[in-house]
Design a protein around this ligand. Structure first.
Ligand code: FES
Ligand code: FES
Length: 162
């Protein structure tokens, strides 16, 4: 029988531990073992972006990483971007622009967009579109998602706090 290993994560700012098998992905452990079901299981093959989380601040598809590779890392899910009930301005922009319909793609969209805008605070619409090319949505037609991210970029620029 394959032995399990103890993995320690700083998950949305809290230390969490899980005993994991070598073949378990980070997505499986987050969802099935730790209950972070906001990390969505879309394709399981790195093609849809629904499972995106921040790993030490970098956006990754959690289905493409083994959980043991994340041992000792900080992991942030979409819920970790908000302060309790206070949504992050990017999340608020998604809400304000009707950028979610079924919502399945939204956690991955928000996480990916958050990291991209942090690194590209003056991004234009086409750059945003390219950055989100790996995140698939079957509902919105993408227009409202782009509207939401673009509005967030402009408001953060106006605030001087992207
Ligand atoms: S579930 Fe990870 S990229 Fe689709
Ligand atoms: S809102 Fe349904 S998949 Fe994007």
């Amino acid at each position: 029988m394959t032995a399990r290993s103890l993995v320690t994560l700083e998950l949305n700012g809290e230390r969490r531990e899980a005993w994991v098998f070598p073949h378990q992905t980070l997505m499986e452990v987050l969802r099935d073992d730790l209950g972070f079901t906001e990390v969505k299981y879309g394709c399981g093959e790195g093609l849809c972006g629904t499972c995106a989380v921040l790993l030490n601040g970098e956006s990754v598809n959690a289905c493409l990483l083994f959980a043991i590779q994340a041992d000792g890392c900080a992991v942030t899910t979409v819920k970790g971007l908000s302060e309790g009930a206070d949504l992050h301005p990017l999340q608020r922009s998604f809400l304000d622009h009707g950028a979610s319909q079924c919502g399945f793609c939204t956690p991955g969209m928000v996480v990916t967009a958050y990291e991209f805008v942090r690194e590209h605070p003056r991004a234009g619409r086409e750059e945003i579109r390219a950055a989100l090319a790996g995140n698939l949505c079957r509902c919105t037609g993408y227009v409202k998602i782009l509207d939401a991210v673009e509005a967030y970029v402009r408001s953060a620029e106006a605030d001087g706090s992207p």
